[in-house]
Design a protein around this ligand. Structure first.
Ligand code: IMP
Ligand code: MG
Length: 183
């Protein structure tokens, strides 16, 4: 797995140090409020586990499973919800957690459905990474780990065709391991 890497953007120690800061901000902002953290599967799994263990507040955890990528390294723009039921969050403050803000379509679609159908007290967004590029929809993350360039990254939850999520770092793949569409 490591031999397939072109570069490392963030090592685990760098990521965890940043999570300490994010957790401090989130703990301060939600103290005394009923909080539900909604993780977006599968990308936010590793990030969530490390982040939530740093937040020393009572909170509930829910998940929503969607897919927005269909194989390659570019967003398809189509968000597929893998279940019809949404979490019960009426009157609760919701923090939506995803791995990365790219086009913004995934987080915007989930935020809009929660607001329209679930009566939350508030909805805020948290992503480990944010790509420096124009968003295709109106969406901003309230808590961001790191800003990166407009490049395809893997590791620490982020996948390429379902793999590399378990890499304990964030990096880029050598081009020879990125298959052209249809190959
Ligand atoms: P968006 O809807 O375009 O903002 O895309 C968000 C989703 O696309 C994320 O939840 C990721 O699953 C996936 N994604 C976007 N950029 C990358 C990347 O660089 N590597 C791996 N997955 C990515
Ligand atoms: Mg993905």
């Amino acid at each position: 797995m490591y031999n397939n890497l072109e570069s490392v953007l963030f090592h685990e120690t760098t990521i965890l140090a940043r999570l300490d800061e994010l957790a401090r901000d989130i703990s301060r902002d939600y103290a005394g409020k009923p909080l539900t953290v909604v993780m977006i599967l599968h990308g936010s799994l590793i990030f969530m586990a490390d982040l939530l263990r740093r937040i020393h507040l009572p909170l509930q955890i829910e998940s929503i499973s969607v897919s927005s990528y269909h194989g390659g390294t570019a967003s398809s723009g189509i968000i597929t919800f893998h279940q019809n039921a949404l979490p019960t969050v009426a009157g609760r403050h919701v923090l939506l957690v995803d791995d990365i803000l790219d086009t913004g379509r995934t987080l915007a679609a989930i935020r809009d459905r929660l607001l329209a159908e679930c009566q939350p007290a508030s909805v805020k967004l948290c992503t480990l990474l944010k790509k420096r590029r124009p968003r295709e929809v109106q969406v901003e993350a309230d808590y961001v780990g790191f800003e990166i360039g407009d490049e395809f990254v893997i590791g620490y939850g982020l996948d390429y065709q379902g793999e590399y999520r378990n890499l304990p770092l964030i990096g880029t793949l050598k081009t020879e391991f990125i298959h052209p569409a249809g190959a």
